[in-house]
Structure formats: structure tokens, C-alpha cells
Write a protein that binds this ligand. Structure first.
Ligand SMILES: Cc1ncc(COP(=O)(O)O)c(C=O)c1O
Length: 370
């Protein structure tokens, strides 16, 4: 495990050395942004670090309400709710939608938070082939679901692949179902305004689509959120145990998230820069002959059949001053992955150094067979 001594957003120090950091999910480079740091400090000054209370008791402040308003406006939804863990969003939403579906159909590579989020009293749970809408439809027909709930990651955490909502949504719609998209990696990243995978496929206003989202990746802060119609958010506020019986999101995080949302809305060029950086790296990786996925997402996996090749590459990059980790967690894959993640604040020099190091490694492998 890598132990960091400092983190600047695109570099880290570890064991006394500085490294270029192509890891984590700080896609827009907001985690160290001065506006967010200033807002967090103001949050501490005004409210301290923590109310040590749940939202339903005495843990709701004006800035929690302000953030929820900003998020609802950003997503053009009636309402929004924030809570202290993005991971729990799927559990919270699936509970809130209970009674509106009779079976769950999940992508076979769904994130662990989706699997953990299945309600314990739903027995009809089926997995369709990864990103395969035809298989999804076959499965729905086979199991004669009256009202299916289809659930998938928007961008898959390990591979950066995008779920084909343009094919999946029509299936959910045809069977009078709901579609839930875990957009942890797509908020602030995909779509014309950074509203995520539905917006990327021009489905942001389509009925029956819900997203679970996080503020701990592109937003640069921490905590989860759901935006939806008043009824769904009201159900969560009134019935969710996670929301009602866990400590409110800490005030400095809430204040920083408000600042982050302003930047995401006002500076679309950050998203464009991140996507350009991702394109440059993905094209470079492909041109060097490495195996990767087709996507525009800022997650660029290098895929290997042999674990030793993957750990070898990650170690080699580290010896060149670059962190790109060998990742196995948190979803099932059949291959071994070195995952490069890209941010809007990676410099051209850092990207060139990464691609040069990848070229060196490939040359050596060809020359020595190792
Ligand atoms: C697809 C997906 N969903 C949910 C989460 C959990 O979000 P958080 O880390 O904000 O709790 C993650 C990763 O952390 C993720 O990759």
C-alpha cells in the first residue's frame, strides 16, 4: 500500500520521494483548489468540524440546505439530498424506490456498492452480461418481471468503460421499469454540463432514470448525493435509516462542496481539459501497443493476462517517478489492470513523461521478453 506524506492534486510525496500521481479520482483537480480550501476553513470557523448529530435531529445547518439547493439546480431536479457516504447511495435509493419494482437486473461487473445495496428482502436478483442490453432483455423475459429495476455503473471504476444507456434505457422503458445509474465516476465528468452518463446520452430528462452520485471524486470533497423528484427525496428524508441514523456530512465538507459546484458550473473548460488529457493518454497507450478499453473517460486501464506483467509495469513506472497502481479492487474482472487516472491539472510534461516511460517499458519488454 502506498503511504502518502503529502498530496498536491497531481503529485505526491511518499517515502521521501516526489511522484507524478496518475491515481485516485480527483478528475477536475479540485481537491486542493484554493476556493475549496477557503470555503472549508470558513465552514470550520462557523460550525466546527462536526455537529456530532444526524441530519434528522440537530445536524442540519444552513449550508447543508444551501448545498442541496445547489445540487438540485445543477441537476435540474426538484430536490436533492446529501449524506456522508457515496458508497451507501445505492442502498438508500433502492430502499426509497421499494414497492416500485419486483426484480433487480444488475450489470455482471457492477460495483461492490451496488451489490451491497440490494435490499435483503428482494429475492429476484439477476445479472446480465456486462454492458449487454440484448442479454438484459432476454433475462427480463425469462424471469417475467412485471416491473424490473435495472442498475449499472455509469462509468465502470476499473475499466473506464461507459454503460451503453442508449441501449439499456429503451429496454428498461419497454418493460415499464426503472433504471438506476451509479454515476460516482461520471458526475462532473460526462455530459455537456457534467451531469453524468444520462446527460452524455441525452437522457437526462427521460422518465424513470435515477442516479446515485458522489462528491468524493470529480467534486473533490466527500459524501454522496441523490437528486430526484420531491417524493423520492421526501421518502429518503423520512424513511432512510442511513440518512436518519448516521452523522451528518461535516460542515467543512459541505462548504467546500458548495464552492466546488460553483467551479464545475462556471468553468466547463476544466472538464474539457480533463477529457483532452484522457484522450491524449488513451491514444498514446494504444499507439504503444498496450491493451486498453474504448472510452472517453479519464480512467485508462492497461490490461494484462498475467498478474506479473501488471505489477511489473506499475513497479517500473514507480521507479521512473510515476504512480499508476495495479488495481484489483472493487469489481470482478478477468484481467489484471494497471489503472491510470487523469485529471484536468496534469501538465503536458507529466503526460509526456508518462507516455515516455510506457514506451521505455514496452521497448525493454520486446528486447528482453520480460
Ligand atoms: C462506482 C462507485 N460507486 C460508489 C463508490 C463509492 O463512493 P464514495 O467513495 O464516495 O463512498 C465508488 C468508489 O469509491 C465507485 O467507484
Amino acid at each position: 500500500m502506498l503511504i502518502m506524506e503529502s498530496f498536491s492534486g497531481n503529485t505526491i510525496h511518499s517515502e521521501g520521494h516526489q511522484y507524478s500521481y496518475f491515481a485516485g479520482n480527483n478528475y477536475l483537480g479540485l481537491a486542493n483548489h484554493p476556493d475549496l480550501v477557503k470555503a472549508a476553513n470558513e465552514g470550520i470557523r462557523n460550525f466546527g468540524l462536526n455537529f456530532a448529530a444526524s441530519r434528522q435531529t440537530t445536524g442540519t445547518s444552513t449550508i447543508h440546505l444551501e448545498l442541496e439547493k445547489i445540487l438540485a439546480d445543477f441537476k435540474q431536479q426538484e430536490d436533492a439530498i446529501v449524506y456522508a457516504s457515496g458508497y451507501l447511495g445505492n442502498k438508500i435509493l433502492l430502499q426509497a424506490l421499494k414497492g416500485e419494482y419486483d426484480a433487480i437486473f444488475a450489470d455482471s461487473s457492477a460495483h461492490a456498492s451496488i451489490i451491497d445495496g440490494f435490499p435483503s428482502d428482494i429475492s429476484k436478483i439477476y445479472f446480465y452480461e456486462h454492458r449487454n442490453a440484448t442479454d438484459l432483455e432476454l433475462l427480463i423475459n425469462k424471469h417475467k418481471s412485471i416491473r424490473p429495476l435495472v442498475i449499472t455503473d455509469g462509468i465502470f471504476a476499473l475499466t473506464g468503460e461507459i454503460a451503453p444507456l442508449d441501449e439499456i434505457y429503451p429496454v428498461a422503458e419497454k418493460y415499464n421499469g426503472l433504471l438506476v445509474v451509479d454515476d460516482a465516476h461520471a458526475t462532473g465528468v460526462l455530459g455537456e454540463n457534467g451531469k453524468g452518463t444520462p446527460e452524455y446520452f441525452h437522457l437526462e430528462h427521460a422518465p424513470g432514470i435515477f442516479q446515485t452520485e458522489t462528491m468524493s471524486k470529480a467534486v473533490g470533497v466527500y459524501g454522496g448525493f441523490i437528486s430526484a423528484n420531491h417524493d423520492v427525496i421526501k421518502t429518503i428524508r423520512e424513511n432512510s435509516h442511513v440518512y436518519g441514523a448516521s452523522t451528518a456530512l461535516p460542515p467543512p465538507m459541505v462548504a467546500a462542496a458548495c464552492a466546488a459546484l460553483r467551479i464545475i458550473t462556471n468553468e466547463p473548460e476544466r472538464r474539457e481539459k480533463m477529457l483532452l488529457n484522457a484522450l491524449k493518454i488513451r491514444e498514446g497507450v494504444k499507439n504503444l501497443g498496450y491493451n486498453t478499453t474504448e472510452s472517453c473517460a479519464p480512467i485508462i486501464p492497461i490490461l494484462f493476462n498475467d498478474q506479473k506483467d501488471a505489477t511489473g509495469l506499475s513497479d517500473f513506472l514507480k521507479s521512473k517517478g510515476i504512480i499508476a497502481p495495479f488495481v484489483t479492487y472493487p469489481v470482478k474482472t478477468v484481467q489484471y489492470i494497471v489503472r491510470i487516472t487523469v485529471s484536468a491539472i496534469h501538465t503536458e510534461q507529466q503526460i509526456n513523461e508518462l507516455l515516455n516511460a510506457l514506451e521505455d517499458r514496452e521497448k525493454r519488454r520486446r528486447e528482453t521478453g520480460k
